[in-house]
Design a protein around this ligand. Structure first.
Ligand code: PMP
Length: 429
């Protein structure tokens, strides 16, 4: 079967010729992936890689998991697409199912196709509900590629539009490598208080990832979001939790806001909900959802194939207890990464995150050397058949976010490979 592929060189050349030049890549020598099976992917030569990136937290249930793909195929054969003017079963069953896993009174779901679109919808809903225009967002957050979601994105590398919405107040993130989490949280809350004092009555919502993914696996101290929510409530401002990267078990809880004991006003979801099939949503309670009171429909949002897939995903997460699994295996991986940090203090600055959303920050944040060292680690691990990601403001944080079906032996194998990579690269610096 692998013989029918055009080959890595041809794929690389065509990508260079026909894609936009900005198309992102991590590797100097990227593998061509042609097949996936649970925690593994294969290149065109049949080389097997263990995937510790999962397409940025997407395939939480594993690549081509038959428990899910069979139900996608079944729905594809029965009824592929209609519009919301008709009644179809999968999307209403999915909405009902989401209500059962979402916190508080978040009973209403609006289906769309991507994370950006879910956040765009949530921001619009907040404006309609409050009658206000402004937003508050966190430094180094990432919320999407549309104009409004890019406007609330703090990470400068993703803010490509020169004409972004200027009615966004950024507050410092509750993390600073030089400070304790408690101190960083105080500073962030002080920023928030200052914005609220200056123009609280013009703000519709604060949008935040409970744990920043692309910002570098930033998890605030436990009390941070409770304090944020209380301050927002004093001014009638909504809290939008962007659970696009953190949702559906990744962090050891169904949704990451559970770690903070906070019920947001609006929750946005995408990525793992479809395990690789596009499906996204924003959820709210009755009263807030009623504010979206103009005719509104999405051509592909909630289509039967995506909805049937997402139902299979939720069944699988529940049957296999993936949040518990992420917590357990994440603790093993984190302990191993910490051990490597102790053994390679000249290379590793920090290990952080929770569940199977972990980051290892390399030393020299902000320097070209540190970003290059990160790329060297990625390349070397890839050569040893392990795929990991990278993120962070300085692009120097190794990202470990594997499918949640990963096995203990995969984790031990990755740690051994990373050990030899760090030893090799450490000897060179
Ligand atoms: N929010 C977060 C937290 C994300 O990680 C991403 C994608 N990396 C997005 C929003 C945007 O999602 P999409 O690429 O599906 O539009």
């Amino acid at each position: 079967m692998d013989g029918q592929f055009i080959g890595r060189e041809a794929v690389a050349a065509k990508r260079k010729q026909y894609f936009y030049p900005c198309t992102q890549h991590f590797y100097r020598d990227a593998p061509q992936l042609v097949r996936g099976s649970m925690q593994h992917v294969y290149d065109e030569n049949g080389k097997k890689y263990t995937d510790f990136f999962a397409g940025v937290s997407v395939v939480a249930c594993g690549h081509c998991n038959p428990a899910i793909t069979e139900r996608t195929i079944e729905q594809l054969r029965r009824l592929q697409h209609t519009t919301t003017v008709y009644l179809t079963e999968p999307s209403v069953l999915l909405a009902e199912r989401l209500e059962s896993v979402l916190p508080g009174n978040l009973r209403r779901t609006f289906f769309v196709n991507s994370g950006s679109e879910a956040n765009e919808g949530a921001l619009l809903l907040a404006r309609l509900h409050t009658g206000r225009k402004g937003f508050i967002a966190l430094e180094s957050g990432l919320h999407g590629r549309t104009n409004l979601t890019m406007s609330v994105t703090g990470l400068s590398m993703w803010r490509t539009d020169k004409y972004l919405d200027e009615d966004v107040a950024f507050i410092r993130r509750p993390f600073d490598p030089e400070l304790t989490l408690a101190e960083a949280s105080e500073i962030s809350l002080a920023d928030l208080k200052a914005v609220l004092a200056a123009k609280g009555d013009t703000i519709a919502a604060l949008i935040a990832e409970p744990i920043q993914g692309n910002g570098g696996m930033i998890m605030p101290e436990p009390g941070y979001f409770r304090a944020v929510k209380e301050l927002l409530e004093l001014h009638g401002i909504l809290l939008i939790a962007d659970e696009i990267q953190t949702g559906f078990g990744r962090t050891g809880a169904m949704f990451a806001m559970e770690h903070f004991g906070v019920v947001p006003d609006i929750v946005t979801m995408a990525k793992a909900l479809g395990n690789g099939v596009p499906v996204a949503a924003f959820a709210a309670g009755d009263e807030i959802a009623a504010s979206l009171n103009t005719p509104s429909a999405s051509t592909f949002g909630g289509n039967p194939v995506s909805a049937a897939t997402a139902l299979a995903v939720l069944d699988y997460i529940e049957a296999e207890r993936l949040p518990e699994r992420a917590a357990l295996l994440g603790a093993r991986l984190k302990a191993g990464l910490r051990e490597l940090q102790d053994r390679y203090p000249a290379l590793v600055a920090d290990v952080r995150g929770t569940g199977l959303m972990l980051g290892m920050e390399l030393r020299g944040a902000g320097s070209a050397e540190s970003a290059a060292l990160t790329d060297d680690v990625l390349e070397d691990l890839k050569n040893q058949a392990y795929l990991v990601g990278k993120n962070g403001v300085g692009r120097n944080v190794l990202a470990f976010q594997p499918p949640l079906v990963i096995m203990e032996e995969d984790i031990d194998g990755l740690l051994a490979a990373l050990d030899s990579t760090l030893a090799r690269l450490g000897a060179q610096v």
